[in-house]
Design a protein around this ligand. Structure first.
Ligand code: PLP
Length: 421
C-alpha cells in the first residue's frame, strides 16, 4: 500500500509519522525480516491521520463520540472498586473477572452456540484475537484466504506473520464461496498447499457492509471440513443490526469445531476498553491460552463484566441501533440525491460502512486530495486489499460524524466524482 500524498489542506500520514528521509536505519540489521519488509510502508493506524480541517471525515470507522458511555463507566468503576478494590487491581483479578466469561457463555448459548467457559478466551480486543489465532496456526510462508476487500487491521496482522494472503471477491451476498471452492479444487489437483485459515467478516463486513448469505455460510463450513482448514469468523459488528433479518452465526452452524469466532466490545462499549474474546473448540482455546502471554487487563475486564451483567450493555446496544440506523438511512438517501448515475454503492443492514464503486478510470487515492478541498474525506478502496486492487472504490463510514454533516459530506463527494467524470 502506498502512502497517501496530500497537500497542506490534509494532514498527511507522512507529517506525523517518521519521514523516510529522517531514518538512520541504525537498527535495520537487528529487525526481523518481516519488519524489514515493512519499513517505509504505511502502518496500520497511520490512516487515522488522514484528515482535512473543514472536511467531513467519512473515513473514520469509529463509534459516534457522544455514544461512548462515560457516565455509566464511572458508575461501574466506583462500584467495582468499592466492592473488590484490592482484588480487582491485583494479579489474577477478583470475582468480576470470571463473570465476563460467564456472561459471554450465556450470550453465545442464547444464539444457539454450543459453549461453556472452556470454549472462551478473553483478549485485549478483536485485533489481538486475530493475532493470537494466527500465532497458533501460521508459520511464515503458509497461506490463508481472505475477502477482498477486508478489514485493513487484519491484513496488517497477516502481513506481520509473513504469510501468503489470497483474496477472493465479495458481492452483495458476501464472499464468493464458489470462487474459493474452485481455487481449493485446483490446488488439490495440482498438489499445492491448502490454506490453513480462512478469515471472514460475515455480518456487515468492514469495509463493504455486506452480509454473507445463509447458503454461503453452509457452503463455507462444508469446504472447511472437506479441505481441512479453520474458519475465523470475525463478528465485530454483529450486534449492530438495523433489520430483523438475522442469520445464524458460522459458529452456531459449526458441527465440527472448525470455526474460531471473534468478538469485541470496541463497537458496542468503547474501543478504549480493549476487550475482545474468542469462542472456539476447547483444544484450540487451550493452545491459544498458552500463547496469550500476559493475559488480559483484569481491571478493565471487571468493569466490562459489571457493565454487561447489570444490563447496561443490552440497553446501550438498543440505543446504538437506533442512532446508527438513522445515520445509515441518512447517508443512503444522500447518496441517492448527490451521486452521479455511474456510481454504485452497497446498502448495509448493519454496521458502520458503505462501499462505493466508481467507473474504473477513477483512482480514489488520487481523488482524495480534490475531495478534501471540496469538503469530504474517505478511505480509498485500495487500503482494504492485500493486492493492488480496489483503486476505483472507497469506503464511507457513517458512524462517526454528526448526523447533520453526512449530507454535506456526500454532496462534496458527488461534486468531486462529477468533476472526474
Ligand atoms: C472487522 C473488524 N474486526 C476487528 C476490529 C477491531 O477490533 P478491536 O478494536 O477490538 O481490536 C475492527 C475495527 O475496526 C473491525 O472492523
Amino acid at each position: 500500500m502506498s502512502i497517501l500524498i496530500m497537500s497542506d489542506t490534509i494532514e498527511s500520514t507522512q507529517s506525523k509519522c517518521m519521514k523516510e528521509s529522517d531514518r538512520s536505519g541504525a537498527f535495520d540489521h537487528l529487525f526481523t525480516a518481516t519488519v524489514q519488509d515493512q519499513i517505509g510502508s504505511t502502518g496500520y493506524g497511520d490512516w487515522r491521520l488522514v484528515s482535512a480541517s473543514d472536511a467531513v471525515s467519512l473515513g473514520y470507522g469509529f463509534p459516534y463520540p457522544s455514544s461512548l458511555p462515560s457516565d455509566d463507566l464511572v458508575t461501574v468503576t466506583e462500584a467495582v472498586l468499592a466492592d473488590e478494590g484490592e482484588h480487582v487491581l491485583q494479579y489474577g483479578g477478583g470475582s468480576y473477572t470470571e463473570q465476563l466469561t460467564d456472561f459471554l457463555v450465556e450470550r453465545a448459548q442464547s444464539s444457539d452456540i454450543d459453549c461453556d467457559p472452556s470454549n472462551i478466551l478473553l483478549t485485549n480486543g478483536g485485533t489481538r484475537a486475530i493475532d493470537v489465532v494466527c500465532r497458533a496456526f501460521l508459520e511464515p510462508s503458509d497461506s490463508l484466504i481472505v475477502e477482498g476487500p477486508t478489514f485493513m487491521g487484519a491484513i496488517s496482522v497477516f502481513r506481520n506473520h509473513g504469510v501468503e494472503i489470497d483474496s477472493f471477491d465479495v458481492d452483495t451476498d458476501g464472499l464468493d464461496v464458489d470462487a474459493v471452492a474452485e481455487e481449493l479444487r485446483t490446488r488439490e489437483r495440482e498438489g499445492r498447499e491448502i490454506p490453513k485459515l480462512l478469515y471472514t467478516i460475515p455480518n456487515f463486513q468492514n469495509p463493504t457492509g455486506v452480509t454473507l448469505s445463509l447458503d454461503r455460510r453452509n457452503r463455507l463450513l462444508e469446504l472447511a471440513d472437506e479441505y481441512d482448514f479453520v474458519l475465523i469468523e470475525d463478528d465485530a459488528y454483529g450486534d449492530l443490526r438495523y433489520t430483523e433479518h438475522e442469520l445464524p452465526t458460522l459458529k452456531a452452524l459449526d458441527d465440527t469445531g472448525r470455526v474460531v469466532r471473534i468478538g469485541t466490545f470496541s463497537k458496542t462499549i468503547a474501543p478504549g476498553v480493549r476487550t475482545g474474546w474468542i469462542i472456539a473448540n476447547n483444544e484450540i482455546v487451550e493452545a491459544l491460552r498458552k500463547l496469550n502471554a500476559g493475559g488480559t487487563n483484569t481491571f478493565t475486564r471487571s468493569l466490562v463484566a459489571h457493565y454487561c451483567t447489570t444490563g447496561k450493555l443490552d440497553e446501550h446496544i438498543e440505543e446504538l441501533r437506533d442512532v446508527y440506523e438513522e445515520r445509515r438511512d441518512r447517508i443512503l438517501h444522500a447518496l441517492e440525491t448527490h451521486m452521479p448515475p455511474a456510481a454504485e454503492w452497497t446498502e448495509p443492514e448493519g454496521g458502520f460502512f458503505v462501499w462505493v464503486t466508481l467507473p474504473i478510470h477513477i483512482d480514489t487515492e488520487e481523488m482524495l486530495h480534490d475531495a478534501a478541498e471540496n469538503g469530504v474525506t474517505y478511505l480509498p478502496g485500495s487500503m482494504f486489499f492485500p493486492t493492488d486492487e480496489g483503486s476505483n472504490s472507497l469506503r464511507l463510514s457513517f458512524s462517526y460524524v454528526p448526523l447533520d454533516e453526512l449530507e454535506r459530506g456526500i454532496a462534496a463527494l458527488g461534486r468531486t466524482v462529477r468533476e472526474r467524470l
